[in-house]
Design a binder for this molecule. Structure first.
Ligand SMILES: Cc1ncc(COP(=O)(O)O)c(C=O)c1O
Length: 363
């Protein structure tokens, strides 16, 4: 393989980044804009990095149309730390929050709230269906501080296409695997969080969008770095932030705005990619989608081969054909093609071609 040759990367996370972004990082790796040093090597309080973090924040704001009532925060620890911070910051002493359980990541979020002895009420679960669909009926409490959802379920390949009616209770969402993939109705949310490593950049940071009025609910006695207030007051710079991942986010969001044309355009491309892949799966009996059709994810396309014994061969032959990362999550098996923003239409076409050839050879 040539030194700059790249595979079509369908990995669920960390995942493909746009090649243009990788090249820009490469070009600036040794000497960022005449500074004589890499972004990795410079002070986070210097002018160069202050401009980078401001650009990342501003571009996220513009992409989602966030006004001054929202904070954009960069927090260490990935999405899993958010599972713990959300209840720590937003479930008060005598309160009980609503959680909707739609897959292993929401189960983990629930577990982190319970570990802290916080009140948790499961307003709906699709566990009985092996998390292959999004629930349609909910048992919401009247006075819950929030309703927690996972907007896209990376493992099973389901996604919320319509938000639940929570009767005014704010949603808090784990959007790790579909952040910045489509426009959203922000009026419904109090907090949105996402690990960067699927749609925004390398791992090492979570992006948190937080409605400012939520800050008033945070107790005073939290450890400094576990309080969202610290990140809001110190502009995510209380201590050294994940500088290089934030730099990558600034470039990915620039690519989203300037090359892809914003979230409406990105959403249309994502819908097209997913449709052609699901059409290939549904074409006949050889492949079988695993999620209920109504809730299929546009980001993680999960399927099985009717002859499941062929799946290891499918994955290994795909890899030889330059298609990487197709093995399903270890908890469920099967095949998963993660087609986040940076997976090109060309990559999806290459996968569909491979699927057709494989089918013709093995049916
Ligand atoms: C929906 C979802 N939430 C949370 C996580 C965990 O993210 P992290 O590894 O950043 O803690 C993942 C990782 O795959 C995910 O898909």
């Amino acid at each position: 393989m040539k030194i700059d040759q790249r595979v079509h990367n369908f990995s669920a996370g960390p995942s493909a980044l746009p090649t243009e972004v990788m090249r820009e990082m490469q070009e600036n790796l040794l000497n960022f804009q005449g500074s004589g040093m890499s972004v990795m090597e410079m002070s986070h309080r210097g002018d160069h990095f202050m401009t980078i973090i401001e650009e990342a924040r501003t571009r996220i704001r513009r992409l989602y149309g966030l006004d001054e009532t929202w904070e954009v925060l960069f927090v260490h620890g990935g999405a899993s730390l958010q599972f713990a911070m959300v209840p720590m910051n937003f479930i008060g002493q005598d309160q009980c929050a609503d959680y909707i359980e739609t897959g292993i990541w929401s189960t983990k979020a629930i577990k982190e709230a319970r570990i802290q002895g916080k009140g948790v009420h499961i307003a709906a679960t699709s566990e009985q269906d092996g998390f292959t669909q999004i629930p349609e009926t909910f048992d919401f409490q009247e006075d819950a501080p929030f309703v927690h959802i996972t907007t896209n379920n990376t493992v099973r390949g389901t996604q919320w296409h319509n938000l639940p009616d929570t009767n005014g209770t704010p949603l808090i969402a784990d959007m790790s695997s579909d952040i910045l993939s489509r426009p959203i109705d922000l009026s419904r949310f109090g907090v949105i969080y996402a690990g960067a490593q699927k749609n925004m950049g390398p791992s090492g940071v979570a992006v948190v969008l937080l409605r400012k009025e939520m800050l008033d609910r945070i107790p005073e006695n939290l450890p400094t770095l576990l309080s969202y207030r610290t990140y809001a007051e110190k502009e995510s710079m209380f201590n050294t932030p994940a500088t290089f991942p934030i730099y990558a986010i600034s470039l990915v969001t620039k690519w989203l705005e300037e090359t892809m044309g914003g979230l409406d355009m990105m959403a249309a491309i994502n819908a097209r990619k997913a449709k052609s892949l699901y059409d290939a799966i549904d074409a006949d009996w050889f492949y079988e989608g695993t999620a209920h059709a109504k809730d299929r994810s546009l980001m993680n396309v999960t399927f099985r081969l009717a002859r499941q014994e062929l799946e290891p061969l499918f994955v290994s032959e795909a890899l030889k054909a330059g298609l990487s990362g197709l093995k399903g999550h270890k908890s469920v098996g099967g095949i998963r093609a993660s087609i986040y923003n940076a997976a090109s239409e060309e990559a999806v076409e290459a996968l569909i071609d491979f699927m057709d050839h494989f089918k013709n050879r093995h049916r």
